[in-house]
Structures are given as structure tokens and as C-alpha cells.
Design a protein around this ligand. Sequence first.
Ligand code: AMP
Ligand code: MG
Length: 425
Amino acid sequence: MTAAFPPDRPNPPDLVPFAEARAGVLERLSPLPVREVALTAALGCVLATDVAAAEDLPPFANSAMDGFAVRGADLTGAGEDHPVALKVTGEVFAGTGRLPTVEPGAAARIMTGGALPPGADTVVPVEQTSVDGDTVLVRLDPGPGRFVREAGEDVRQGTVVLERGRALDPAAIGMLASVGRRNVPVHPRPHVMVVSTGDELVDPGEPLGPGQIRDSNSWLLVAQVRAAGADALRCDKLRDDPKALRRGFALAAAEGDLVLTSGGVSVGDRDYTKQVLATLGDVRSFKVAMQPGMPQAFGVAAGTPLYGLPGNPVSCFVVFETLVRPGLRRLAGHPDDRLDRPRVVARLGEPVRSPAGKVSFLRVRLEVGDEGLVATLTGNQGSGVLSSCVAADGLAVVPAEHRELPAGAAVQVVLLREDLAWVAR
Ligand code: AMP
Ligand code: MG
């Protein structure tokens, strides 16, 4: 039997294994209710139903080239030395609706995308012809049916063109337009409210006083949320004051599909966040057996799921990538096998250490070596050291049972950047 998640006591002494935390978060979240959205707003959303083509694509047989629509049988044996003369009896442009009939021995001028006129079954590209008055000389037998795009050759009416669960990318949007859809049922992009807490925090652009630091987490988290395809709003930062925290969290919970807060979830004297959250709903704090990122809180506050992330910026970053992002993607309707970032296997370029009983996520750079990918640490792995995050291509995963791994050991690496997907091949 697995333990309750979040744990049913505040701050239990036991660490929650990483896999249990991940599964527990996912279990508490479900895809946002389906909504019909305009195609212009659908990019990145997840399709909620299969979409079948209401019409053939293309809707009618048409020309793949600028040239002449002909009867293929008229050109049997045509060649450089035996040009065939046909009488030009009409013209078809893309968009022409009233079509000339092509009689035996005749041809119609046709442009790319023009509908194949009755009688014709073949197109001769203009480059293979010469025109003399109302006669066209054809120097090649293209073969019957050449350069014609048949009705429905791309998609037949009734065929499923996109399946439920598909994240709508540009090609999918183009296909939806091609089969006549203006609106599609999707799981909407989650709307995430991001709140920083801490008396020491100052916004970029403001002077730094003694003892103060920049609020980096709210900017970081908003960017991570957006990079994951959801919408984010950065709320005013909250002071370490129970009243201000209660008001701020309640407002955020009322507005968003998910609230992310950082700081105040560990055991410091002014870490009121977890106490306040407990009064707003079923939100509990706990420690996950991971490094960085141990202290966390999760639950439902005023009807809205809320994740309390640790204050140290790298801890905040790593917890978002490994635990919050899969949950956010679940809200957005992504299928179970597409919640996590892709992983690759790499060999360690140097020995690494990892605390006993915790899974470590190490910031690494990836390089292609003679025997595959090599992962090397990007520098100081302290949980406040953002520069080693900036340099990282991925997070190397050292499982909880290892206290150290030698150079050359194979590790999984969570890819942090989409432009690195090539290394997965
Ligand atoms: P806390 O959990 O609130 O005690 O915060 C742990 C550490 O993270 C402290 O050094 C805080 O100053 C730092 N921290 C908390 N919130 C932020 C933030 N929004 N941006 C940068 N650092 C933060
Ligand atoms: Mg704090």
C-alpha cells in the first residue's frame, strides 16, 4: 500500500519518495473541462476529440502544374521528334468554377490548382510545350493521369485527420483549416497564478537595500509555465505576514486553475506559508526525497490546486520541471505518456556524489563523444546557484540508492531544452 499524498500529517518526519510524490500530484489533477476554441487560439492546446474530415482534401481533381489539360490518349507516342498538335479551346485558373470541356484533339490552358475540366485526365507542364496561335505543340507523352491531384488524395472525407490528445502544432492547425474547421474542442491552456513570498524580495529595477535580494522565482516560474505551453500571471509578491499571505493566496486561488507559490515552506521562523495554506484548504507540507528541492507543499486551496515550491531558485526550478510540469501538462489534457520531459541516456564525464536516500538532479551539459552522449557537471550544484542552471542542457538523475557514481556510469538525463531533442535520436 502506498502512503497518502500529500502526507496526512503536516511536516511528517519521513521523506516522501520522489515517485510517490509525482504519482500523488498527478492523481489529484485532471484535465481542464473541454472548451470549443477558435483556430486562431488553438495553438498548443490539446485536442479533446478525434477530428474527421468533413470534406475531401483536395475537394476536386486539380492541376499540379501550370500547363495544359489534355486527354492522355491524344498524346500516345508524342516525343521530341513527334510533337502532337492540340487546339487550345479554353482556360482554367485556380478558382475558375465554369469549366470548358476538353474534346478529343483539344487542350485547355490550366494553372496550378485549377480544376481539371471535363474530358481531360492529364496535365502537360508548360515547359514541355510550345504555343503557336491557338495550337499547342506537345513534345512529350506524360502518361495518362500525370500532374493531376485527385480529389481526396490527401484526405478522404470521413477519415480521422487528428486524434484526441494531439497537441495542436502548426501542421495540425493547417490540417484543421484544410478540412474546414473554424473551431475545435480542446482542453484550454491552464491559467497559472505565480506568487513569491518573502520580506527580503525586491523586484528587478528597484534599488537593493541591505539584506535584500532580487525576486527571481516568480520570473523563473512564469517563464517555465509559459515554456510548458500554459498561461501565467505574476502576482504581487507577498510579505512574510500571515494576513497578507492569506489574502494573496485566496486571491490567486480565485483567479487561476493552478497556484504556484515559492518560499516559506521550510522550517524557518517566518515560514508562515505552510501554516496559512493549511487554513485555506487541504494543503499540506512535506519533504520529498530529492535534491535539490526537498521542502514542498501541495493540495487544494479554495477549490484550486496549489503547489508550494522551495525558495531557493534552483530548488524551485527543479521541482517545477520534475513534479509541477507533469501536473500542469495533465491539467492541459496531455496524455499520460507525454507528461514528462524526454530523457536520454548519457555517460558521466566525471564521478559524482549524491546524498543517501535521495534522488539527485544534477545540472549537466551534454556533448556527443565517441561512444555516445557524455554528461558533465556545469559547476557548483548549490541550490541557490542559478548560473549552473543557465549552462545546463539537462538534469542527470542519480537514483536514491546511489551515494556516488563513477565516471563512465550510465545515467538518465532529463532534457531541459526542446532544441536538444536531436540527442534523443
Ligand atoms: P525560504 O524557504 O522562504 O526560507 O527561502 C529559502 C531561500 O530562498 C532563502 O535564501 C530565500 O531568500 C530564497 N528565496 C525565497 N524566495 C525567493 C525568490 N522569490 N527569489 C529568489 N530567492 C528566493
Ligand atoms: Mg522565505
